[in-house]
Ligand binder design. Sequence first.
Ligand code: SF4
Length: 332
Amino acid sequence: MPWRVPPNARQNGTLPDPYAVWMSEVMLQQTTVAAVREYHNKFMALWPSVHDMAAADDADVMAAWAGLGYYARARNLLKCARAVVADHGGVFPADYAVLLTLPGIGPYTAAAIASIAFDLPETVVDGNVERVMARLFDIHDPLPKSKPVLTARAKQLTPDTRPGDYAQAVMDLGATICTPRNPSCGACPWQQPCAANAAGTAAELPKKTPKKKTPTRHGIAYVVQRADGALLLETRPASGLLGGMLGWPGSEWGDAPEPAPPLDANWQTLNEQARHTFTHFHLRLTVMVAKVDARAQARRGSFVAAPDFDAGALPTAMRKVFDIAAPTLRNT
Ligand code: SF4
């Protein structure tokens, strides 16, 4: 992982760049390492320091984030970089409690930065660590109720020497050896003390309280193309899902959305719906397309000329709408 400093390099005095560690931890909230790697490289190339990020154009950062999901993280990235520059002289604070006061940094991320970037003995508990602790101590209470017990166990094991290496090692153990299915106990350095290994219960841990069924919300997305090829887009309100991102004008999302076309036109309803899943609900967007003349005026949004339109800058849900509409549009 490009933001890591391996143990031997650390011993020789190479320290991780707290900015790179912070960036990785924000990106890793809700996203896999495999998906983050490419985005982390891109962001570090575009904005190599916290000063560069603080001075970045919001729209550029939002566009570069497109495809990674959970866009509140991109807005927090900007807010946090600006707070670090304005309130901390452009230096990330080497203190868990102070890190917690920064935008977008919760207890997990603060502990991860304190531990990985500054080698402070903070306890980092992600899903991997929870699984390892549940097995190591053979804890059968289900998640999320068991979180405090698992955290207390993880805390008890956190060493004062090389806590940063230790935190990363336990997370890696969970990601590569103590995996959700078929843990490789034979290759595990904790095989001897592991209570679940002795009891033969590793594969059934951690137990989880069954999740409630994910609800489905419905909406309508309106794709308007002018005769000169321009497409009608709008910036979504800053708060709420996909806040501040570019998207197609649309209805509210709910059980039975009211139509809210951005202009009067001869609308064509496409057969295929755009389907996307957010953390708490599935979204089904009905795609409606209209072709209008070059002088058409919209009640909301603004037309983007065809050469300036970049489907890659749209959030994934909106890109799925475009993929469905594209065959009916001209020159896209
Ligand atoms: S011995 Fe097996 S169950 Fe126990 S921590 Fe190691 S991999 Fe996980």
